[in-house]
Write a protein that binds this ligand. Structure first.
Ligand SMILES: [Mg+2]
Length: 155
């Protein structure tokens, strides 16, 4: 497998260090500050500075390197962060079973938005997210929001 490129612009978010360290240990992946949709595999977007929740997408994010994400989930848990899965999929049992199976039933919390934009969906559940890791940023927030602008995405 060739390495994944993680886009991240805001080096100030404390949750980013854990990912950066996991990338360093893994040795195959890299971080880019350059917004280039053709090169980027996953967007790492800073949100709340006080939340401990790390929202990780499933399709084409976790599935792009499941072993790496299993290690990353452990690393976050070891440092008292709360990694969760947040997917645009719906809550059909097949979806939940597949995700739990691929993650070896690591007991991770799964949020299914059924196609709704993730950031608004999570806020509606009363959950602010600290860091998002996702291959598809328009699924998190609509373009032009300060959230995306703050992450260097003026689209
Ligand atoms: Mg995805």
């Amino acid at each position: 497998m060739s390495g994944l490129v993680f886009y991240h612009r805001q080096n100030t978010h404390p949750a980013f260090n854990v990912l950066q360290n996991a990338i360093h240990i893994n040795g195959e992946h890299q971080v880019s500050r350059e917004f280039n949709e053709f090169l980027i595999d996953a967007y790492v977007l800073a949100d709340s500075l006080t939340s401990r929740v790390i929202a990780i997408d499933f399709d084409n994010t976790i599935t792009a390197d499941i072993d790496f994400y299993l290690d990353l989930i452990d690393a976050y848990r070891n440092q008292e962060w709360e990694p969760v899965v947040c997917t645009l999929r719906d809550a059909m049992a097949d979806n939940l079973n597949e995700i739990h199976e691929k993650l070896h039933d690591s007991g991770i919390r799964i949020y299914t938005t059924d196609g709704k934009r993730k950031r608004a969906f999570m806020l509606h559940q009363g959950i602010s997210v600290g860091l998002w890791i996702d291959d598809y940023f328009p699924g998190i927030s609509q373009c032009g929001t300060s959230f995306l602008l703050n992450n260097g995405i003026d689209y």
